[in-house]
Design a binder for this molecule. Structure first.
Ligand code: C2E
Ligand code: CA
Ligand code: CA
Length: 717
């Protein structure tokens, strides 16, 4: 570009000739017209100045003697104006000049002085060289201006870059630093200049010689050196995390450019993510991962010291049901609350974690005896098992705790946690609100439990379940009241499995919810079939487990099926246990109200074994009490059991409830029940659970002297 400009400026360079005499001007024009320039001729100093301001004049041939404004005056004015200051001037004078005049000419800025008459070829030569000089000068000026612009641009880039930028010499000293760099380090740019780069590094600490440092070695190999996890000293203390990249500049510079990226925000984010990875967002306690880490650290610490520790695994009883009924937001609040309560039972240095939905784990260190863990477990259970109030609703939680102590129950974090988990399941199985220590036998039981659970799942998929129906008969007339549907599992290898074995497992694993719908449908369709067969309104009793009873859609499910099979709701009886009713007073009342509104009967199953609180009989509207078969089995020998049975019978009479005696096996038991005014019985004396085919054969009216001889389907009875 400089070339093109130089060329074009050569073509357009203007030679200005100033003389007050026209004949002189004409002569000059004739002499210099054909030069490598454009000629301008003017007759006065004023005209010359005008031309100088309007055009880019390269050289002025200036007559000294002129009226009004002589050549010296023109030169003086030219020098006073920045635009014309450097335009070269050759004075042309007709008179013989004194030394003084010549000196004056030079002092006003002339670069040459020519006397008339002059030798045109000499003057032409001078003109040429002065024009060239002027051309060079203006090109230089342009270049300088371009350079200044480029420098200002670079400087503004460096000044405004958000990254810290330094130029470090091959001797390891900082030659340049931009404002961002200085700001990052809390000092002024000038303070950085001349300092050693390695002296800025907080980490990694490099106390070796600059020439042994990776910075220098990479530079020598013309390679870029990157350091992701560095940090730099901040003036006045502290450090800033940075990522550094150090690239060699062109070899002539003997320097490298170091760019520093402030990583504070990223590091903060990373730290946050790391802490999130070990904490439970809801409660702020550790999460499972965090707990395992804490446990792992504790184990490493006490490895050979002989110290003991214990892991407590706590599972809330009844939380899931509460969560389903009060909504998840309230459930979350409850969990937070429980977390705080648990924490208050522990010493400040014990770790507490929420490791699953409603499962917590505690790590107790510095235990004198394993039994100390039991005390803590008791305290935890007691804390949780109080009445909670949320959104104006009261409910009771419970907790089961499993304990695994080190070194007896496991050596690894994972092993201890698993052992505590198994112990917790044992505690749950033993009835709620309990704690259990892990014992080695639990291992085996846990394994078979797992296998059972697995085969239950596939049994559901393969439809290996069926219902049997046990008749309920009026003791006085022998008339058939109805049947209770009982679930059987036709195991492909083991044969029939009784529900006492698998129902608790179905409940725990919530698989009962899958199966429940099937049970209801099979039972109700069978009831429809019986009604069609006999034209009689027999009762179908369906067992509803606590989990099922807690489901909000229970009533809807039943309504749909009753509709689908056109069954009178009064023909359906729902059997619930006391424990199902005791879960939560308000939900229970609501569920019972809806069931009654639907028109189905409600029976309390296994009455007498549970809380047996008379109080709840007041709260709930019921139809039937079923006396648990244990009382029936023992009542003839045990006066206490007999007393319980007759009390229940009285209760039923007074509250106007039907009472069914369960598990009647002998004629003597039947006689006793008849004498004591029991209305209905169920039991092997009459029949075990019958297959659908057997049930069709079963008489609607029994003759007590001639009871049908019935075996249950294959393994029944
Ligand atoms: P439950 O509701 O108390 O059922 C009565 C149990 O007593 C049945 O045991 C029945 O076979 C047994 N039984 C009846 N008469 C006699 C007798 O004279 N002597 C003796 N020793 N036992 C008799 P089963 O079928 O093993 O059921 C056990 C429990 O499993 C049931 O107790 C009930 O709580 C539950 N269950 C059974 N079927 C279902 C079901 O479809 N759904 C739900 N949720 N639970 C069920
Ligand atoms: Ca039952
Ligand atoms: Ca029962």
């Amino acid at each position: 570009m400089g070339q093109v400009q130089a060329h074009s400026s050569r073509k357009t360079q203007i030679l200005l000739v100033v003389d007050d005499r026209p004949e002189n001007l004409e002569a000059m024009q004739a002499l210099f017209e054909d030069g490598d320039w454009q000629l301008r001729c003017v007759e006065s100093g004023e005209a010359a100045l005008r031309c100088l301001l309007e055009e880019d004049v390269g050289l002025v041939l200036l007559d000294v003697q002129m009226p009004h404004m002589d050549g010296f005056e023109v030169a003086r004015l030219m020098r006073g104006n920045p635009r014309t200051r450097f335009v070269p001037i050759i004075f042309v004078s007709a008179i013989a000049q004194t030394q003084d005049a010549v000196l004056q000419g030079y002092s006003t800025g002339a670069v040459d002085f020519v006397l008339k008459p002059f030798d045109p070829s000499v003057l032409r030569h001078k003109i040429n060289s002065l024009l060239e000089f002027e051309r060079n000068r203006s090109e230089l000026l342009q270049l300088t201006q371009q350079l200044d612009k480029a420098r200002a641009f670079n400087a503004s880039v460096l000044d405004n870059a958000a990254e810290g930028i330094m130029v470090v010499g091959e001797d390891g000293h900082i030659q340049f630093a931009n404002p961002a760099m200085a700001q990052m380090l809390g000092c002024a740019v000038a303070e950085l200049q001349g300092r050693e780069l390695l002296g800025l590094l907080h980490s990694p600490q490099i106390d070796c010689d600059w020439r042994l440092s990776e910075f220098y070695r990479h530079w020598r190999r013309s390679e870029t050196y990157r350091l992701h996890d560095a940090s730099l000293h901040i003036e006045g203390g502290g450090s800033v995390p940075v990522a550094l990249s150090c690239s060699p500049l062109p070899s002539l510079q003997h320097a490298m450019v170091v760019i520093a990226l402030d990583q504070s925000a990223e590091r903060h984010l990373r730290a946050q993510l790391q802490s999130q990875a070990v904490t439970d967002a809801l409660t702020g306690l550790l999460n499972r991962h965090g707990f395992q880490q804490a446990l792992g650290r504790a184990l490493a610490r006490i490895e050979r010291s002989g110290e003991r520790l214990a892991v407590l695994y706590l599972d809330l009883d009844g939380f899931k049901r509460i969560n389903d009924s009060i909504g998840h937001d309230a459930g979350d609040l409850l969990l937070q609350h429980v977390g705080e309560q648990l924490k208050s039972c522990l010493r400040p240095y014990d770790s507490l974690a929420r490791i699953g939905g409603d499962e917590f784990a505690a790590l107790l260190e510095n235990l004198e005896h394993p039994e100390d863990a039991a005390k803590v477990a008791e305290k935890l259970i007691e804390q949780v098992s109080v009445r909670h109030r949320l959104d104006g609703v009261d409910f009771t939680l419970g907790a089961s705790v499993g304990i695994a102590s080190f070194p007896e129950c496991g050596q690894t974090a994972e092993g201890l946690l698993r052992a505590a988990d198994m112990a917790m399941y044992e505690a749950k199985g033993a009835g709620r609100q309990q704690y259990r220590f892990f014992s080695p036998e639990m291992n085996g039981r846990a394994r078979s439990r797992l296998m059972l659970e697995e085969s239950l799942r596939s049994a559901i998929e393969q439809d290996d379940f069926r219902l049997v129906y046990q008749p309920q008969v009026y003791l006085d007339s022998g008339r058939l009241r109805g049947v209770e549907a009982l679930l059987r599992w036709q195991h492909r290898v083991a044969g029939t499995v009784a529900p006492g074995v698998f129902i608790p497992l179905l409940e725990e694993t919530r698989l009962i919810n899958h199966l429940g719908e099937w049970i209801f449908r099979a039972g109700i369709s069978q009831a429809r079939h019986l009604a069609d067969l006999h034209g009689q309104q027999l009762v179908l009793s369906l067992n509803v487990s606590p989990v099922q009873f807690g489901m909000p859609q229970l009533v809807e499910d039943l309504r749909r099926l009753l509709d689908a099979y056109q069954l009178n709701p009064a023909q359906l009886e729902v059997e619930v246990t006391e424990s199902a009713l005791m879960q939560d007073l308000q939900t229970t009342q609501e569920q019972l109200r809806q069931l009654r509104a639907l028109g189905v009967k409600i029976a309390i199953d296994d009455f007498g074994t549970g809380y047996s609180s008379l109080a709840y009989l007041r709260h709930f509207e019921l139809d039937t009490l079923k006396i648990d078969r244990l009382f029936i089995a023992n009542m003839l020998e045990s006066p206490r059991d007999a007393a319980v049975v007759s009390t229940i019978l009285d209760l039923g009479r007074n509250l106007n409830l039907e009472v069914i005696a369960e598990g009647v096996e002998t004629e003597a038991q039947r006689q006793w029940l008849v004498e004591h005014g029991c209305a209905i019985m169920q039991g092997f004396l009459v029949a075990p659970g019958l297959s659908a085919e057997q049930l069709e054969q079963f008489p609607l009216q029994l003759d007590w002297n001639q009871l049908p001889c019935l075996d249950g389907p294959s393994s029944e009875g």
